[in-house]
Design a protein around this ligand. Structure first.
Ligand code: UT7
Length: 361
């Protein structure tokens, strides 16, 4: 059975830099609050109408394809992890296939809906398809455009200051060489917490789960009788009540994240027959520098074994890990033969990790 290995990697972030000071012009917030609570100093936003989630993914993918030294027509499967697709449907995978000019290959394109854990879920999926012998050259992308869907009034400041736009991509190929392979992956979820970090409107639920689980303050008026065939998925009241924005109970997310990160890291290292002492570099999801510092301390890892870049990009959800991994490699912090651990936690809740032997010079 072959192993899978990352043969190419690339990332792309839009040119527009938005600093914490810039955000103070549109809402009541401060550079101090954002830095202290999250570590973020600036983030990137797309140029509206000119860039999209898919277009960021194209840039990252082309770099990964070039880095792998393959022809884009040789890609036999696309996995696209995002919570901010350009269309509600079809998924971003088929748009990426078209924009890369490889729609004629008719290869399958799969969208992954696992939010912050999407890239690691995608890597686990790619790894298993490679091991099964189904595919040989998989393009895996994590890309997000948050900046067009956030509440930039003071009401939304608890969420909007945290997120940024960006994309990262890898090419995953088969190898017989265990010294450059994905050694183990783990994926988990607990839907009990679905609404603790969620974008609930528009949607098909019609208030059902909110009533069932006693979730207050997110009500929307549904005129069900007069709108027998419509008005549930989307209606004017969602806009009037400003429900069409992400909602997060930050402290609940924080507490679960600092519990699940160490658990899934240790679980996945154990699957690979390793312990924390074997880890050369931890690439954690970039949701909050404080979460990552907490986890680092708990695992007793020195600074040189953890790479963070949330300061520059904010939380780019499914894109944080490939962007962070690529930067760490480009900066020489990840070297050939290193044991690298990728770990993520986010909405769902979902969490996941991967242990890989880095195989690139
Ligand atoms: O990738 C997805 C996973 N997401 C996460 O992992 C996020 C996890 N959670 C967090 O990172 C933190 O909970 C936050 C950074 C989101 C918030 O930090 P916190 O220390 O939990 O703050 P808080 O939500 O308890 O808010 C504290 C205060 C509140 O004011 P009062 O009620 O104490 O007067 C907020 O209204 O800070 C206020 N606040 C702000 N003030 C200035 C909230 N957002 C802002 C803001 N600027 N942007």
């Amino acid at each position: 059975m072959p192993y899978s290995t990352i043969t190419g990697i690339g990332h792309y972030v839009p040119e527009n830099v938005v600093t914490n000071h810039d955000l103070t012009k549109v809402m009541e917030t401060s550079d101090e609050w954002i830095r202290e609570r999250s570590g973020i100093e600036e983030r990137r936003y797309i140029t509206r109408g000119k860039e999209t989630t898919t277009s960021l993914a194209v840039e990252a993918s082309l770099k990964a394809i070039a880095d792998a030294g393959i022809d884009k027509d040789d890609i036999d499967f696309i996995i696209f992890a995002t919570l901010s697709p350009d269309y509600y449907f079809p998924g971003a995978g088929v748009l990426l296939q078209r924009e890369l000019g490889i729609a004629g290959t008719e290869i399958a394109a799969l969208d992954i809906r696992a939010q912050c854990s999407g890239f690691v879920y995608g890597l686990a999926t790619a790894d298993n398809f490679i091991k099964a012998g189904t595919y040989k050259k998989i393009l895996l992308v994590g890309a997000e455009v948050h900046s067009v869907g956030l509440d930039f009034t003071t009401r939304g400041r608890g969420v909007s200051v945290l997120f940024g736009d960006g994309a990262g991509a890898v090419i995953v190929e088969a190898t017989e060489d265990k010294d450059k392979a994905v050694l183990a992956t783990s994926m988990h979820s607990d839907g009990t917490y679905a609404e603790k970090l969620a974008y609930m409107y528009p949607g098909a639920h019609g208030g059902y789960f909110l009533e069932k689980y006693g979730i207050e303050d997110f009500d929307v008026d549904y005129d069900l009788e007069n709108n027998e065939y419509g008005g549930v998925f989307w209606n004017q009241d969602m806009l009037d009540k400003a429900r069409v924005f992400p909602h997060m109970e930050g402290q609940t997310v924080f507490k679960m994240a600092v519990k699940k990160f160490p658990e899934v890291i240790m679980e996945t290292l154990a699957k690979a027959g390793m312990g924390i002492e074997d880890l050369d570099m931890l690439i954690p999801h970039q949701a909050n520098l404080r979460i990552n510092q907490f986890v680092q301390k708990l695992l007793r890892l020195p600074d040189e074994k953890v790479h963070n870049n949330i300061q520059k990009y904010g939380n780019t959800t499914a894109a944080t890990i490939p962007i962070c991994l690529n930067e760490a490699w480009q900066e020489g912090k990840v070297k050939k033969g290193d044991t690298v651990v990728l770990a993520a936690f986010g909405a769902g809740f979902t969490w996941a990790a991967a242990v890989i032997k880095w195989g690139k010079d």
